[in-house]
Design a protein around this ligand. Sequence first.
Ligand code: CA
Ligand code: CA
Length: 223
Amino acid sequence: MKHILFFLVAFCSVSMAWGVNLPQFSGTNYEGWVYSRDDRELNSGNINGNLITLFTTGAGNQYTLTSPEFSTYGLDSLIVTTTWHITKDNQHFDLSKTELTVALVDANGETMDSVKCMAPNKDQFNHKLVARLGRNSNWPKLARLRLVAWLADEWSCGAVRKVEVEGVVGGDVNGDGEVGIADVTLLVNALLTESKDLRYDVNHDGEVSIADVTALVNLLLDS
Ligand SMILES: [Ca+2]
Ligand SMILES: [Ca+2]
């Protein structure tokens, strides 16, 4: 067993690691993002104004914010944090009534995966809503994120100011943001010391075993 592991480490030493390039959005940096209402693009004059109202109004107009396309390769999960802009004197916006849906869509705009989240309480100080999408087999290789909120008051003036997208990389057992030889070394050491720590469970079968080393090596070879 040890010989096999050491062979794998040597084999992987020539492989390259990769980073994750995910779209980020702010009122001043939104290249490739599309803000729309019922398929009508609203970028001009709206994103620049830094007021991205994402909700369905009483008239039924649904506002969405869609990211540029990105690769989901190697990603285990996506964490999407939206920061909401609420002015001090805004009497109409109630964050506790806002529910945010974050969807992963394919090239045709079809929803492949989605998650909803709500603000934990209306007194939340930093006005952030966080959604986490865990990888499933429906994820396309290339995807976009689409954000829509609803349940907000009809006359609300709250707006998304910033969207931060963070990816958790499968196989990144040492948590440095990329997959490389250091992860293989750490995983092999964990195996030799019979660790039960599930951060080493690369193939998500609930245990730490030689199959995780194989999965990690495959991730490296495919990168
Ligand atoms: Ca790593
Ligand atoms: Ca495993």
